[in-house]
Every structure is written in structure tokens, then in C-alpha cells.
Design a protein around this ligand. Sequence first.
Ligand SMILES: Cc1ncc(COP(=O)(O)O)c(C=O)c1O
Length: 446
Amino acid sequence: MTPDPTPTTAASAALFERARAVTPGGVNSPVRAFNAVGGTPRFIRSANGAWLTDVDGTSYVDLICSWGPMLLGHAHPEVLAAVGDAVARGTSFGTPTEPEVELAEEIVARTSVEKVRFVSSGTEATMSAIRLARGFTGRDVVIKFAGCYHGHVDSLLASAGSGLATFATPGTPGVPESSTALTLVLPYNDRAAVTAAFAEHGDRIACLITEAAPGNMGVVPPEPGFNAFLAETCTRHGALFISDEVMTGFRASRQGQWGLDGAVEGWRPDLVTFGKVMGGGFPAAAFGGRADVMSRLSPEGPVYQAGTLSGNPIATTAGLTTLRLATDDVYTHISSAAETIKAAAHEALDAAGVPHVVQTAGTMFSIFFRDPARGAVRNFAEASETDAAAYAAFFHAMLARGVYLPPSAYEAWFLSSAHDDRAVQTVLDALPEAARAAADAPEGAR
Ligand SMILES: Cc1ncc(COP(=O)(O)O)c(C=O)c1O
């Protein structure tokens, strides 16, 4: 497929106008609106393998993969067949079902968790894990890191307070100060800040939640030993360590980020949250962890948590089929495609003279448009130095050449096992011109 270099967007633009009349910003999740890069979001009609096709009939190599879930690519025939069979048996029963048990067994077998509870979104998973941690410990304070996103949970939509180890302020209107008054926001990869927070508030801290490898400020991997340090510090102070693997779970590696650190180093988080890949493109998520902690959940224990569509049979069937197909070969393929694209992007940006840093967590990666002399990006403050104008120019040049990147400089790039040579080559062919477009962008924060 040769992408049209100047694709029409008339049908997408018309739909966007209709959408804006009936939906805030015309989208049902903000980043889809292209506000960070400008222009008209493409309305996608269908997708197959590594390719998206929009309502104007233009096809794009998809480097978003539904923001992570589509590990096997779109419309995988075995996932579609399993979902079709499940749909034919009925779509929701409000009773326990077999696929829920099988998916829970699969997750327990692959990860550190002993028991798991299904919910419908990553937001619900982190919200419920925090409630459980508070219920289990009898404490109230939560620690999170600036730049880590855990869904739109009130207490986690928090900005850093005025100093280290001071309580946070709401990060958005609509979140009352009382909701963030028990949240401490610390700089990522900063052991001294964590130690200081525990020294000051240790006996009040219910849990520390972190992205297992942050992907929501661009990819900012934990420094070696950082997650182990967090787990050990929490344990020493009687707090729970919650590893948010909504993005990295079954994506960074077969066992998520934990497969790259905890499983190798010999430690386990107390609680883990999952989403995205484990739903196979349907709304399914989960939280799980130590059996003694999970058994505090209703109906076994006193901490209440529930959901009408939790463990929905279609979603759990899609997730189960996806995970069973997510073999070592899938991860090897995605890693190798990622390496090819990263190397070509680095070469193209270097050739165009665009300062940049490529960062990786397992099969996930992203490119920061910043001076490499300043070193790797370690935290949100450093991630914020990326040149957003250069990224916007790069993004649009890639889009015009048939590659759909995340429409924000602060997101991971996602690949799938369906990204074959043709899809990868389309990306490689687009990179040199896109790099030149980035070089010509108005001077930003470079
Ligand atoms: C690490 C992480 N946690 C939680 C969430 C929230 O998940 P959801 O969008 O399904 O509510 C996200 C979403 O991107 C995420 O990346």
C-alpha cells in the first residue's frame, strides 16, 4: 500500500464538527483531539493488523495500538472468532462465568499476583487498589510520582505541593482539596525524596503507587533497582507497594515490567493494577496481589468494591485469547520491530540535526525532542523540556506519509506482532522527511 502523500480529511473533518456539537471537544478521551499537535483527528472506520483506515479511505500504520491494548494488531482472526462465539452465547449475565476464572488463572500464572479482581477500566483498578490498601493498612496517605498517570482518580489527579513531602493540590478543577490532601507527589527516580517522605509521614502512609515503568510522560524507565527500593521501603514502613502495570502489563514483556525487574531481582509488589492488553481491545482491567491483602475485599472481607460489567464474558474472552496468543515469539517480534524503528528514527533525526533522546521500557519506547547532552530523561520536570513544536511538525509529517503516531510528545509508541516488514518499511520511509520537518519547526524549548 503506498500512502497518499496529501490525504484528504474531509470526511473526518465533517464528523469532527458533528462530534464537537454533541461531545466536549468532539472526543471521548482528551488526547484523541489532537490539541497538542493541532489539526483534525482522523475518524477511524476499520483496522486490520498494523493498519488503520479512516473514513476518508486513507490507511495509516498504527503506532498507537489503541494506546497499548492491541498487542496482536487489529482484528486478529483468532480473537475475533473467540469473541464471535462468546457473543453468540449472550453478552452479559451478572453471574460468575468460566472465562473470568480462566483469565484470572492466566494472569496469576504470568505475573506476581496471587489473586485478582476484574473491573472495567484502568482508572477503576487503581482507585480500587488504593481503597484496598487504605482498608488493609488502616492508614490514609498515598504517595505518587509527578508525571505518572493512573487514570482520572480524584486523589491521583494531584500536582506536587510547594515542597518535598508536602501534600498535593488538585491537578484539575472539580477535584476538591480534601481529595488530594492525603496525596504526596514526589519526583520520579528520586530515592532521597522517597526516603524523606517516609521519614516524615511513614506511619500514615497506606501505599505508594507508581507506574511500573512510566509511559505517560513519554517513556521514563525506572533506574536500575528503583522499583526494588520502593518495594523494600514500603515493606519497612508497613505500607503497600502498588505497581501500576495498566500500560506495561503483558506489553513491556510477557510478564510486564515486573518480568524485567521484580522477577529477576526476586521481589513482588503487594498490589498490581492491569488493563489494556489483558482486555484484548475490550473494556477490561484488574487489580490483584498478595492473597492476604486481596482477601480483605468484599465479599470475603470488609473493603467494598463491585461492578455490573466487571469480568464481562466478551471482554474476558478477548483478553484470555489475546494472552494465550501472546507467546515469547510475539514479544521477540515486537522488540525487533521497535529496535529497527528506533535506530532509523535516531539516524533520521541526527541527519536532520534534531536534538533528541530515545528511551525504552521493554517493547515500549518514545523519543524526546531535547538536547542529548542533558542526558536521559529521569523525571517529569526533565520530560517537560521536550520541544513540543518540533514533535508536532514531526507528527504531522509522519501522518501525511501514512504513519499514525501518538498525537502528543508525552506518550509511548506502541507496536504489535502484526507490524510486519511492509508496515515497518512505511515508517522508515516516512522518517527522513519528518525529521526535516521537525528541524524546520519554529524554535521551541530546544
Ligand atoms: C499506567 C496507567 N494507569 C491507569 C490508566 C487508566 O486506565 P483507563 O484509561 O483504562 O482508565 C492508564 C491509562 O492510560 C495508564 O496508562
